[in-house]
Design a protein around this ligand. Structure first.
Ligand SMILES: NC(=O)c1ccc[n+]([C@@H]2O[C@H](COP(=O)([O-])OP(=O)(O)OC[C@H]3O[C@@H](n4cnc5c(N)ncnc54)[C@H](OP(=O)(O)O)[C@@H]3O)[C@@H](O)[C@H]2O)c1
Length: 498
């Protein structure tokens, strides 16, 4: 409990909790920002309703006492019910993971539906966190979409508070993971022209404080505020400071060209963040993102963390394996990859199962299963997994570099390299769903059964593959001999290390 209290960010907020104001809705609660905001509101005594697109049993533990509504903002009717009886609604929905071509229209539609549903339900106010950027310049599609969403939300009767932020520094933030991995991996860092653009980064803890602070400041309703840390820095300077904090000697080579998309694509091979996201974010790096109005300091006054301290805190949390939310938590469930094994209309046609008998107990075996992937890798077959991941990255997929949120703890919806945890029953079963580019859908299920009469347990791994394409069938049979080798090795190593 004490540890939980220490993790809270708003303990030194100058504003006072006002739980009597009514119910507070957090949309995008499964995302990076929403996942950190919800516990702060609950800790301050608010009645909280969280809105997610796919339910997970783990959410009840994560947000005890919160009402959980499973709603897609693109579905107008169900959205109306979620805003019923709500006084204040946070709008933290973002579809960047859909990729550049699709996210703009999806984000606009979701914002329109949300605004209309809020109006119909007489919601008192909406609070939206968007992006910084000068509307009079040519903004990247990502930043432009952030502005359009603000415009759509404001286009109704419900007062909207808009907070505009640039790069957010915190453990698990996509922008921070990109910068950190570039600095960690490359001894010589090429610096295209956009790395000289200025930005005003802000720490995640300060963003959460502002989000909570405006809720507790009624006069902020209907206003727009720029929020940022104390320093304006170029991206190159941000990397230089980061290299200093990490104790790395790095050479920064200025380039006379911008090459944003190519740079973003190449970068995706060195960072856990896939190309679809690095491209969206780096396009935005050509735009200056600094605070133009300082009005926020008149309503919520505290000193934001300096950049150096923000990165030191983020790195410490990562080192202590205490990342709360991560950019990879959000994944569009509307995407066909998110179909669950049990939701298939018929069982997958292609399956392969491998097992062994062991005298070990379920608990150590299960702990060992739960440590696969990420830094520890996939044991002896690491090279094959990495090669598969590399092919996936080349094809703009997620690859194996996403790693894991935590090296010890695993929860439903967590990412393990190019897998996602679909189901988990402690000491019994772990089901992973593939998110790599495949000519079909794939799952991997680890199970522990027994003990039998001889006190032995069966540790098994089963691969499922569902495809209708001819290429999918060929793919399955090409990889079947490798599966035999890889999966046998995997369960033997799991057993050995348990
Ligand atoms: N993170 C940053 O560094 C940063 C910096 C500046 C500003 N911001 C702003 O902060 C806001 C939140 O960003 P974030 O980083 O938390 O984003 P995120 O991690 O990508 O989360 C986005 C959330 O939106 C939800 N969502 C997407 N489409 C939806 C739909 N149709 N219906 C319902 N929910 C939907 C996702 O749910 P699923 O899990 O179901 O996909 C997820 O919970 C955004 O407006 C962003 O521009 C973020």
């Amino acid at each position: 409990m004490e540890q939980e209290a220490n993790n809270l960010l708003c303990t030194d907020l100058p504003t006072t909790p006002r739980p009597g104001m009514g119910k507070v809705l957090v949309s995008g609660a499964s995302g990076y920002i929403g996942g950190r905001l919800a516990p702060e509101l609950l800790a301050r005594g608010y009645r909280v309703r969280v809105m997610v697109r796919a339910d997970s049993p783990e959410y009840k533990e994560r947000w005890p006492g919160a009402e959980i509504h499973v709603v897609d903002a693109l579905d107008k009717e169900s959205l109306k019910k979620s805003l019923d009886g709500v006084y204040a609604a946070y709008y933290l929905i973002h579809s960047m993971l859909l990729g550049q071509k699709k996210f703009e229209s999806a984000d606009i539609q979701a914002a329109r539906n949300f605004r209309d549903a809020a109006e119909e339900n007489n919601v008192g106010r909406i609070i939206y966190l968007g992006g910084l950027g000068d509307v009079n310049t040519r903004l990247s599609p990502h930043l432009r979409s952030r502005m359009q969403v603000a415009g759509e939300l404001r286009n109704g009767r419900t007062p909207v508070t808009v907070l505009r932020a640039a790069v957010i520094i915190g453990s698990g933030s996509a922008s921070f993971e990109i910068l950190k991995n570039l600095v960690k991996v490359l001894p010589v860092i090429p610096c295209p022209t956009w790395t000289r653009t200025h930005c005003q980064p802000i720490s995640i803890r300060d963003v959460i404080k502002y989000l909570v602070g405006v809720l507790e400041t009624p006069e902020s309703a209907g206003k727009s505020y720029d929020i940022g840390g104390g320093e304006v820095l170029s991206y190159q300077k941000m990397m230089q400071i980061l290299a200093g904090v990490l104790g790395k000697k790095r050479f920064f080579v200025p380039l006379p060209v911008s090459i944003t998309r190519l740079y973003a694509y190449i970068t995706s091979f060195f960072t856990p963040v896939p190309a679809r996201i690095t491209m969206c974010l780096m396009e935005g790096c050509k735009n200056e993102v600094i605070c133009k109005n300082r009005d926020i300091h008149d309503v919520i006054s505290f000193k934001p963390l300096p950049y150096k301290e923000a990165i030191a805190r983020a790195i410490t949390r990562e080192e202590q394996d205490r990342i709360h939310t991560r950019w990879s938590d959000a994944y569009p469930p509307a995407h066909e990859l998110a179909i669950k094994l049990r939701e298939l209309p018929r069982p997958p046609r292609y399956t392969a199962s491998y097992s062994l008998l062991t005298s070990k107990d379920s608990a150590p075996l299960f702990n060992s299963i739960c440590r696969i992937g990420g830094k520890l890798g996939w044991f002896n077959s690491n090279l094959l997994w990495r090669l598969r991941g590399m092919v996936d990255r080349i094809l703009l997929g997620v690859g194996t570099l996403r790693g894991r949120r935590s090296y010890t703890d695993l929860r439903i919806n967590d990412v393990i390299d190019f897998w996602r945890v679909e189901d988990l029953k402690p000491n019994e079963m772990l089901l992973l769903r593939a998110e790599m580019i495949l000519p079909g859908k794939a799952w991997l299920k680890f199970e522990i059964n027994g003990p039998d009469n001889n006190d032995m347990r069966r540790l098994s791994v089963e691969a499922f593959f569902d495809t209708r394409e001819l290429f999918g069938k060929i793919y399955w049979y090409i990889f079947l001999p490798f599966h035999r080798f890889i999966f046998y090795d995997l369960i033997h190593q799991i057993e050995k290390r348990s």
